[in-house]
Design a binder for this molecule. Structure first.
Ligand code: MMA
Ligand code: CA
Length: 259
């Protein structure tokens, strides 16, 4: 855009004033052109401080970028810390929940009745049985008053974390029979695994010398008596084999819980 103005100046006879004006214009245009060349377009051309302003602005911009970047990194770090803390807390809560669930599953009962152990037994001080269960020696006993088959009775005991009663001694049998109804028969945890192989539900060995069969039993009457009840006959509590599908009451047993 400089050239047309200069041409106008050279080819007219309007005099010195016009020429000077054109020269002045040229100077102005030259300056403008230079400024265009150096791309100061966004600055005030009349101000000598303009380039300095530009430098300051660039530095500020750099500082601002640095600050923004640092803030971003700090924010990222904070987020990372926050996320880690949340993750650890969540993991701890989950572990606690699993532990509680395991304890509940292990206990199977919400209320316990406990007695203080001998003071010499330091580690676990309390021995407990679930509420409504009877404690004897190292076990707890539950008398089921509804009748069921042998396997259903065992399943019911199992659902409470117990099994059908395993009789280890005369004392144990006497303790439990004191509380039973003498008109009823109760399944115990003894059954025929086949060919008169007697098996306790808790896998303790069948010890012939610690059995309490009624005289003449087990007789496997009609060849289908594979489960055992304890019943009161001839003023004595003893054992009889009966068919496993007979509906009878039962006694559940579990080990005491030590806390
Ligand atoms: C019933 C039944 C048997 C038992 C006999 C004893 C008739 O059958 O309880 O298991 O052996 O009585 O007489
Ligand atoms: Ca029998």
């Amino acid at each position: 855009c400089l050239r047309p103005v200069l041409k106008k100046g050279w080819h007219t006879s309007e005099g010195r004033g016009r020429f000077l004006h054109n020269t002045f214009s040229e100077n102005i245009y030259t300056n403008k052109s230079l400024m265009n060349k150096f791309d100061f377009s966004d600055m005030d051309a009349d101000s000598p401080r303009a380039p300095q302003k530009k430098t300051m602005s660039h530095e500020s911009c750099q500082k601002f970028s640095k600050l923004l970047f640092t803030s971003f990194i700090i924010l990222l770090l904070l987020l990372k810390i926050l996320f880690s803390v949340a993750l650890i807390t969540l993991f701890q809560k989950h572990s606690q929940f699993l532990d509680e669930k395991a304890i509940t599953k292990e206990l199977n009962h919400t209320e316990l009745e406990c007695t203080k152990q001998h003071p010499l037994l330091k580690d676990k001080v309390w021995s407990c049985c679930p509420k409504h269960w009877k404690p004897f020696s190292s076990h707890c006993y539950f008398i089921s008053t509804d009748s069921a088959s042998w396997s259903e009775s065992e399943e019911k005991c199992s659902s409470m974390g117990a099994h059908l009663m395993v009789i280890h001694s005369q004392e144990e049998q006497d303790f439990i029979t004191k509380t039973l109804d003498s008109q009823a028969a109760y399944y115990i945890g003894l059954s025929d695994a086949g060919h008169r192989q007697w098996r306790w539900v808790d896998q303790t060995p069948y010890n012939e010398s610690a059995t309490f069969w009624h005289p003449g039993e087990p007789n496997n009457d009609k060849n289908n008596e594979e489960c055992v009840v304890i019943r009161h006959l001839s003023s004595k509590w003893d054992w009889n084999d009966i068919p496993c599908n007979c509906m009878r009451k039962s006694v559940c047993q579990m080990k005491k819980i030590y806390l």
